[in-house]
Design a protein around this ligand. Sequence first.
Ligand code: ZN
Length: 197
Amino acid sequence: MTVQVPEIKLNENVKLNSKETALIIVDMQNDFCDEKGSLFVPESRKTIEPIQKLIEKAREKNVKIFYTQDTHKKDDKEFEIWPVHVVEGTWGWEIIPELKPTENDIIIRKLRYDGFYGTSLDHYLKIYNIRNLVIVGTVANICVLHTAGSAALRWYNIIVPIDGISALNEFDYYIALRQIDFLYKGILTKVEFIEFV
Ligand code: ZN
């Protein structure tokens, strides 16, 4: 069987109000993004530089930056599905040094794929009057997609630069793009096309 990817449009001119926009960096942690990590996503390495550029643009305009940090206890039920990963307090759990958060950033420790589920993310977005979420990180069809979907269900506008997300294979990567575009009416773009104004 051959699957064809439906056409997915990229928006090449995305201007976002700095005060109403937040950047959400999903799960860029050693276990996912370092080759020694327990659930390594090789493609995630290629997204580090675009994400660094996006962070730089965001910091210039005081755009709020959130990091999600997948966080599990040693005997987490998720380990019935996945190998042991991001156990709280371990090296694998830490955000990669290339994208180290600063003290002004907000780190959301998340329990499952969805960054909103059981966390304070929505609370912070509401008190900062955020409407637009630029979402990057890994894994594209797992935690990025669930977080983007959960945001869209809450009527946030979602913007996803396709050079800022990564998956374990191409099929999974395109599933994420298709769902963000078709189902959640998100804007797909590239880091270079995003401007915070
Ligand atoms: Zn997990």
